[in-house]
Ligand binder design. Structure first.
Ligand code: PEP
Ligand code: MN
Length: 264
């Protein structure tokens, strides 16, 4: 990957004081839920609304997302609030539908980044797009696999790229749902300093009481953004209930976090 400076241009276009904040529910549940959360996030630091509509659940029998129907809700949220919209894509059909519905940011989830064939299929379907594409780290702590996904997209002339650090699964029970292994993200940052690096504290934590500390660590490490799962009624969310925070908590968190400015 040469001329990596161009990878940053999409983030610079936001003209934000650091960091970029992407917020919204783990899953889109109903139209009302998506719109209410979007309105609660409007005029906060969050400029991008996230919601999963195709949910890759580890075990069957859990809520697997509302599917393409949710794209209409996201579009409506964008019209009503002016926020950009982001969702996870896990195959070429998802990509096609997301592009048809003018989704601004498509992200590849941790269970998809592990599969080079699927990443290639997604890269082929996105060839030459000017949409923003973010790549979550694979579930396992494997930097080359993460880099390989980025390279597959870059090779298809997709230049508005970024990465999301969401931690790595371990068999041992730790304080985290997914161990941060910060050194892996830092190594990626050292290799590609122009590649926007976003932290997903929600999936690292798995519980809302340590979201703040994870965000602060990410900002101290000069991450460019945060993707935080946010729901007006976290305890009753249809997925990832334990880790979501309310829009109100997010607003307070952004006030309390110490953001290191480029000049510091
Ligand atoms: C999500 O963002 O809701 C999600 C499923 O994340 P991950 O791919 O990191 O598990
Ligand atoms: Mn989630």
């Amino acid at each position: 990957m040469e001329n990596t400076k161009e990878l940053r241009t999409w983030l610079d276009a936001f003209q934000l004081e650091h960091p970029l904040v992407i917020a919204g529910p783990c899953s889109a549940e109903t139209e009302e839920q998506v719109l209410q959360i979007a309105h609660e996030l409007k005029d906060t630091d969050a400029t991008v609304l996230r919601a999963g509509i195709w949910k890759p659940r580890t075990r069957p029998g859990n809520f697997e997302g509302v599917g393409a129907l949710g794209l209409k809700w996201l579009q409506k949220a964008k019209q009503e609030t002016g926020m950009l919209i982001a969702t996870e894509v896990a195959n070429k059909d998802h990509v096609q539908l997301a592009l048809e519905h003018d989704v601004d940011i498509l992200w590849i989830g941790a269970r998809t980044t592990v599969s080079p064939f699927i990443v290639q299929e997604i890269a082929d379907a996105l060839e030459g797009t000017d949409k923003i594409v973010l790549v979550k780290n694979p579930v396992n702590p494997d930097l080359p696999l993460w880099l390989g996904a980025i390279e597959r997209l870059y090779a298809k002339n997709i230049k508005k790229l970024g990465v999301i650090h969401r931690g790595f699964s371990t068999y041992e029970k730790t304080r985290y749902r997914n161990n941060p292994e910060w050194q892996i993200a830092v190594e990626l940052q050292n290799r590609f300093p122009d590649l926007p690096l976003i932290c997903d504290p929600s999936h690292i934590a798995g519980r809302r009481d340590i979201i703040f500390d994870i965000c602060q660590t990410a900002l101290d490490l000069n991450f460019d953004g945060l993707m935080v799962e946010t729901h007006y009624d976290p305890d009753n969310a249809w997925s990832d209930a334990a880790q979501q925070i309310t829009p109100k908590t997010l607003v307070q968190m952004m006030i309390d976090l110490k953001v290191r400015k480029a000049t510091d």
